[in-house]
Ligand binder design. Structure first.
Ligand SMILES: C[S@@+](CC[C@H](N)C(=O)[O-])C[C@H]1O[C@@H](n2cnc3c(N)ncnc32)[C@H](O)[C@@H]1O
Ligand code: SF4
Length: 450
């Protein structure tokens, strides 16, 4: 083990403060709107999203749409005058909403929040809810991007995942999506119970045959408090899953897709603007049951980065909105936590980030943490071979451009990091996940292709 791996962690002293110790943001951050729809036809055994099996009589659509609009109204003072670059209807299964409900919602949103003329408006859809009229109505209401949860085309895997659709419905849904939307995404999962490498590639080939503008490929993970966590299925070995990921990446690169984030691949010009905004630590307002938001606000004297969470249970949310209190939890992010929070998001981007983005999003100078990052880079080094699927910390030319690049190992590191409560733990997690540093100087090999 390299001596550097046990180095102590120096606390960050944030710079870029105003005279009174507050943060000084130079410009408003980009703003996105997330709208959560918390119901599904049934709950999938692997899923830990805030989603609930709907009742036989369906979802309380009118009440929920009214609540979302009321929720938005209460949030407006936090985002006055700011323009919205993207709207994302996520879930749950937002495609359970009717076209009329989507139209009412989008009209209400446009009337209250100025959307950029080319705003990206995405809706998540389950293939089991795909109908031509419904998709046409979503498009007419203003949705311009559809995201379909395909997961697999193999009927055996679809059954083991508890999906409500079969392979034929998956294909039909994609054909419908392509007929109504020139911009759409397909979600695939790999590392499924009993899946082989050729099997994962057959799924990918089938997806590619529809020429999707965007693909999200997720390794199946066992999440706490799910049916799979309680009775875990037998999953492929970690090495086989890593081979699947590498094979998927290679095939998609060959097919002309850019791998721009841990799980996201896009054709030129088709990266998801909404998700990029999260990863670039932009602002977002989240409305709906359990929705999270992050807003950089100026209260007349001080800037603050504020996080919000709405009431999670749909019934509770409806009741609390009616009482004028959609937000269950709200807190300011301490300036000392901003570097960590920024990294947690930006490190997902394969391209890394530059100093200007860091400084614009945190109002802190990168130089404030540069020496610490340099030490991590020195400590970590480059993985000695491809079998060490690790996160690589490198400084680019002039030591102002940082790339901490998450590759195959990123799921592992990502999970640990989500557990990490502080910058110190973040550093320790990276260090612990890394192989010993090579002997040669880091600097001589630290040029990062841009
Ligand atoms: C909110 S769901 C998508 C829309 C819709 N609810 C559906 O499932 O068709 C988002 C995506 O996250 C992925 N996902 C959910 N749980 C996962 C898990 N435990 N491991 C890996 N991917 C997961 C799935 O690919 C899923 O399509
Ligand atoms: S349909 Fe999507 S959101 Fe609903 S339970 Fe399944 S994976 Fe989760």
């Amino acid at each position: 083990m390299g001596a550097g791996r046990t180095g102590t962690v120096i606390p960050i002293v944030p710079q870029g403060r105003t005279g009174d110790g507050g943060l000084a943001f130079q410009a408003a951050l980009p703003l996105a709107l997330y709208v959560h729809v918390p119901w599904c036809v049934q709950k999938c055994p692997y899923c830990d999203f805030n989603s609930h099996a709907m009742r036989e009589e369906g979802i309380p659509e009118d009440d929920y749409v009214a609540a979302l609009i009321a929720d938005l109204e209460t949030a407006l003072p936090l985002v006055w005058g700011r323009r919205v670059g993207s709207v994302f209807f996520g879930g749950g299964t937002p495609s359970l909403l009717s076209g009329a409900a989507l139209e009412t919602l989008l009209q209400a949103i446009r009337a209250r929040l100025p959307l950029l003329p080319d705003a990206e408006i995405t809706l998540e859809a389950n293939p089991g809810t795909a109908e031509a009229d419904r998709f046409a109505a979503f498009r007419a209401a203003g949705v311009n991007r559809l995201s379909l949860g395909i997961q697999s085309f193999d009927p055996v895997h679809l059954r083991s995942l508890g999906r409500i659709h079969d392979d034929a419905e998956a294909r039909r849904a994609i054909a419908l999506a392509a007929a109504h939307f020139d911009n759409f995404n397909l979600d695939l999962m790999y590392g499924l119970p009993g899946q082989t490498l050729p099997g994962a590639l057959v799924d990918l080939e089938t997806a590619l045959s529809f020429a999707p503008p965007h693909l999200s490929c997720y390794q199946l993970t066992l999440e706490p408090n799910t049916a799979f966590a309680a009775a875990p299925p037998l999953l492929p070995e970690a090495d086989l899953c890593a081979d699947m990921q590498e094979a998927i990446e290679a095939r998609l690169a060959h097919a002309g897709y850019t791998h721009y984030e841990t799980s996201a691949f896009a054709r030129p010009g088709r990266q998801c603007r909404h998700n990029r905004n999260y990863w670039e630590f932009g602002d977002y307002l989240g409305i709906g049951a359990g929705a999270h938001g992050k807003l950089t606000v100026f209260d007349g004297s001080r800037w603050e980065v504020r996080r919000q969470m709405r009431w999670k249970q749909p019934r509770q949310y409806l009741a609390q909105v009616a009482a004028g209190r959609p937000v269950q939890e709200e807190h300011g992010v301490a300036a000392a936590d901003l570097p960590f929070e920024f990294m947690m998001n930006a490190l997902r981007l394969n391209q890394g980030f530059d100093a200007a983005l860091y400084e614009a999003r945190t109002a802190l100078p990168l130089i404030g943490i540069e020496s610490r990052l340099r030490r991590v880079a020195l400590r970590v080094g480059r993985p000695p071979d491809a079998s060490v699927r690790a996160l690589v910390a490198l400084f680019g030319a002039g030591a102002t451009y940082l790339v901490l690049r998450a590759r195959t190992y990123s799921h592992y590191v990502g999970f640990d990091l989500r557990e990490a409560a502080s910058w110190a733990e973040f550093m320790q997690t990276i260090s612990a996940a890394m192989p010993p540093p090579p002997q040669a100087s880091m600097r001589s090999r630290s040029r990062v292709p841009r």
